[in-house]
Design a protein around this ligand. Sequence first.
Ligand code: AP5
Length: 212
Amino acid sequence: MKLILLGAPGAGKGTVAKMLTEIDGSVQISTGDILRGAVAAGTELGKKAEAAMKAGDLVSDDLIMGIMEERLKEDDCKSGYLLDGFPRTIPQAEALKTLLEKMGEKLDFAVEIDVPRDVILDRLTTRRTCTDCGAIYNVKSNPPKEEGKCDKCGGAVVQRDDETNEAISNRLDVYNEKTAPLTGFYENEGMLLKVTATDSKTVIDAIKNKLG
Ligand code: AP5
């Protein structure tokens, strides 16, 4: 499958993407994970992205398109991909459309995961992430078996740098201003599936249903 996952920070895009990879071997491509990896490794990309990410602002469209042009050409994308956290602005959506046309690729559709704001705020302050493999946990709904240690790889499970109250509030504002308009963009393209649900299984079932 080739899908875009849209939704506010904490809507569960990463969680749903990881579940979808197990269905048909499609790969999860999270621009957030790619950028966090670059920051941790101290690369040029990481240095350029770090300050914006920490404040909950967006990284520049040019930087993101550079990353995605390379990533979508990799071999593992042949089995399908789940775009998690990309595109995030109208210019990114337009550039993606042009890029896919050039590559002769067609997306199945874009999924908007719609979750109430109070649930989102609760989830973001209680999320924990593995610094090694990126596994997502939640101290309330899905804690690791041993506190601070990843069940899958034994890596350190920590709170992200952008999970301060200030950064979370900014990320939600940035989402409303820059990313929420993408639902209208994909609706106009006739390729939007909106799912209002707080449980990931409902989202997965709606996707499977539409894929047929
Ligand atoms: P990114 O990593 O993409 O962050 P985000 O969009 O803010 O999304 P999140 O990862 O916070 O949330 P999610 O929807 O994946 O939720 P999750 O599954 O983890 O981006 C980070 C930063 O990178 C950006 O701020 C920006 O600076 C930069 N960036 C990235 N892409 C960019 C782009 N394209 N352009 C420009 N800049 C870019 O779930 C959240 C929590 O809820 C977890 O604890 C989880 O366990 C829990 N949970 C999930 N589902 C359920 C459920 N059904 N029931 C109970 N708990 C649940």
